[in-house]
Design a protein around this ligand. Structure first.
Ligand SMILES: NC(=O)c1ccc[n+]([C@@H]2O[C@H](COP(=O)([O-])OP(=O)(O)OC[C@H]3O[C@@H](n4cnc5c(N)ncnc54)[C@H](OP(=O)(O)O)[C@@H]3O)[C@@H](O)[C@H]2O)c1
Length: 316
């Protein structure tokens, strides 16, 4: 891959987009472009078309999306469905009509049916009902996967979709009303340690989750950028999972919280298990490298160093 190719990273200030930007810069890619949502609102088709006309990127990495946890998704179903559809439709169609050579679409493991066999294979897409708490977001993402597949099929273009498992790392969202499980726990244990209090966590603690450090995710994006992958859809994860209880104890130890943990079983658990089968991308040559303990330590260090600037409520 020519390191001077013009690469547009949509959502370059987000957790994934900024990790991809760091990874590409470190590898010597010198023609990266990014626009904040203030300068380019990707929900607005006219603005996106004008951007493609002016900038003419050769590669597009779509790391822009409206992202949130269970609570945010269940309280704002229309927003998660419609904004994600608008953002990805404008990017995919704009790229298609402006001769983009390669498009990398990022979805999420929540596109797979709630009760699909584990580990989740790419083939299980659209074989059953979705987890109701985030089906709005999932349906938008499925539409994005299908749009890229259709472009591949009909126009033979290199549009590929990567489905990351739960991600964590620098620039994550630590706001308790809209964050995912790992950053929410990190924040709760940190605050409880400062205030010498117990920690209250949602659900029963029995669901299992797979967690991937965002720098490993960025390497998967780089891999997809530098290789022509033979299929349209690839899972990205570690292939290993832990219970929410194990995760809580690991975070508690890393943060150094000494108090008790109270489980509020009146709150929803979400999907019982969500482990990805990552053999397809592993067989192509990409593998996760950062273990959970190391990744959480790195994230907590980043959190401590960036407390003044960490993300607050994305829905405000
Ligand atoms: N986080 C996870 O655990 C996870 C797991 C699986 C998949 N993913 C996928 O990875 C991708 C990136 O997620 P992330 O965690 O990096 O999210 P994030 O930190 O919330 O970043 C999202 C980015 O999207 C941009 N954006 C949102 N609405 C926009 C709009 N209307 N116009 C322009 N830009 C807009 C934001 O730009 P501004 O900052 O400029 O507003 C932000 O930089 C998403 O597709 C997500 O589905 C994430």
């Amino acid at each position: 891959m020519d390191k001077n190719r013009k690469i547009y990273i949509a959502g370059h200030k987000g957790m994934v987009g900024s990790a991809v930007w760091r990874a590409l810069s470190q590898l010597g890619y010198s023609n990266l472009i990014g626009k904040s949502s203030k300068d380019l609102d990707l929900r607005n088709q006219a603005q996106v078309t004008e951007f493609f006309e002016q900038e003419r990127p050769e590669v597009v990495i779509n790391a822009a999306a409206k992202v949130g946890g269970i609570l945010a998704n269940s309280e704002h179903p229309y927003l998660f469905l419609m904004e994600n559809l608008q953002i990805q439709n404008n990017l995919i169609d704009g790229a298609h009509h402006h001769d983009v050579k390669k498009f990398i679409f990022l979805g999420s493991s929540c596109i797979y049916p709630k009760m699909a066999p584990q580990p989740l294979k790419e083939d299980y897409l659209l074989t059953g009902s979705l987890e109701p708490t985030n089906e709005w977001y999932a349906i938008a993402k499925i539409a994005g996967v299908k749009a890229c597949e259709a472009i591949r099929k009909q126009f033979h273009k290199d549009f590929v979709s990567l489905m990351p498992t739960n991600l964590y790392g620098p620039h994550d969202n630590f706001d308790l009303r809209s964050s995912h499980v790992l950053p929410a726990m990190l924040r709760k244990f940190h605050d409880a340690k400062q205030n010498n209090e117990p920690v209250e966590l949602w659900g029963s603690g029995t669901p299992m989750r797979e967690l991937l450090h965002v720098d490993d995710m960025a390497k998967a994006v780089v891999y997809a950028l530098e290789h022509v992958l033979p299929e349209h859809l690839y899972n990205v994860g570690t292939g290993k999972d832990v219970t929410i209880k194990e995760l809580a104890h690991t975070i508690q130890n890393i943060v150094g919280h000494q108090g008790t943990i109270q489980w509020d079983s009146s709150k929803p658990d979400g999907t019982p298990r969500k482990l990805m089968d990552v053999s397809k991308l592993n067989n192509q040559g990409w593998k996760a490298e950062i273990d959970l303990q190391t990744g959480i330590k790195m994230t907590y260090d980043w959190f401590l160093q960036n407390q003044d600037t960490i993300k607050t409520n994305i829905l405000s």
